[in-house]
Design a protein around this ligand. Structure first.
Ligand code: UDP
Ligand code: MG
Length: 339
């Protein structure tokens, strides 16, 4: 597969960017300092996820000043996972490191990731140790989520494993084959296998700006993760349906017993109304879960592009529109906007 990579380099670094204008310059300087000590050829690809600040202008400036800097700009905010994927498709390295643009993923760790890669590991994960002052709610919800995810999918993701990791080209080429619309890269990377290791690091607060991950986006990502790796929620729905049917049936038997055998039937409607509304509630939840999967099937069947690339900065320091992208990239059988 490696021959697919034209004019490749040793290491690609892919950074999804959403309103990170204040962080980009510093992030680039810090990464450059670390990678220069490694003495390997490299490139950095900023994937601008439709930022509304000056992130793209900053990326263009960095691109004009440094040949290692490249950029792609998505036509709007498609989401972190899609920006990452767009960046990954343009990576030409023999290994690729993905990391956030807010300096929460410490650049000095790149050296350690590369060291592990040189030892022969195809995937080098990172595991974040949360700082003591990190939001308790986020800590607890993420722990519970990964437990549920692992239970449902059988794919083991540890809390603290995010999209900061190194992938060997062999793994990256497999990951790029995934065509689903509800992308959950951390699940996909675990799912494909290969030999892996992990390094731990202490998380810090984001350098500047504010988090681009709203609760809504986080819930979306969470559900994409579970629904793309498991149908267990549907089985749970069936089990809950069976259980409530058994309870309801026992209620009916009891009603007959009270009326005809013990003769102690209570002329009340409250209990029946309670049971009926309870059962209806359960029913709607079950229909909702099924509906979520049907919705997902619709989205997958439509097979729309997962994201649209508006512009990119190439290695000549030029910014071009997508129409010319095929010529620039030359590494893909398919232009990115058809991805
Ligand atoms: N990001 C993105 N698109 C989005 C939201 C975030 O590309 O819609 C990027 C963001 O610029 C950063 C990374 O994804 O590089 C992680 O996002 P963020 O730091 O906002 O999330 P948090 O660390 O708060 O979970
Ligand atoms: Mg962050």
């Amino acid at each position: 597969m490696a021959d697919k990579v034209k004019a490749g380099c040793e290491l690609s670094i892919v950074v999804p960017v959403y309103n990170e204008q204040q962080n980009l310059q510093r992030l680039f300087e810090e990464i450059k300092k670390v990678v220069n000590t490694l003495q390997i050829s490299w490139e950095i690809i900023f994937a601008d996820d439709g930022s509304s600040d000056d992130s793209w202008a900053t990326i263009q400036t960095l691109n004009r000043q440094n040949r290692v800097v490249k950029g792609v700009r998505l036509a709007r905010n498609f989401g972190h996972q899609y920006a990452l994927f767009a960046g990954l498709r343009h990576a030409r390295g023999r290994a690729v490191v993905t990391m956030d643009g807010d300096l929460q993923h410490p650049p000095h760790l790149i050296a350690e990731l590369v060291k592990e890669w040189h030892k022969g590991f195809a995937i080098v994960h990172t595991i974040r140790q949360d700082p003591a002052d990190y939001s308790l709610l986020k800590k607890i919800t993420s722990k519970i989520y990964y437990r549920i995810f692992t239970f449902c999918s059988g794919v083991n993701i540890q809390p603290g494993m995010a999209d900061f990791r190194l992938l060997d080209r062999s793994v990256l080429d497999e990951v790029l084959q995934f065509k689903e619309a509800g992308l959950f890269l951390r699940g996909i990377v675990q799912w494909v296998g290969f030999n892996s290791t992990a390094v731990r690091y202490q998380a810090t607060r984001r350098s500047e700006g504010k988090s681009g991950y709203s609760w809504k986006k986080m819930l979306r990502l969470g559900w994409d993760g579970i629904s793309s790796f498991s149908v267990i929620p549907l089985r749970i729905a069936t089990a809950v349906g069976l259980l409530t049917s058994v309870v309801a049936f026992s209620g009916i038997l009891y009603a007959f017993y009270s009326k005809f055998v013990s003769g102690t039937a209570i002329p009340g409607w409250a209990s029946s109304v309670a049971i009926i509304s309870f059962l209806l509630g359960v029913l709607f939840i079950l229909i909702g879960i099924i509906g979520e999967y049907v919705g997902r099937i619709l989205i997958e069947v439509m097979n729309r592009p997962r994201y649209i690339i508006a512009e990119y900065c190439n290695d000549e320091g030029e910014t071009l529109q997508t129409s010319a992208e095929v010529e620039w990239s030359q590494i893909e059988s398919q232009p990115d906007h058809l991805a």
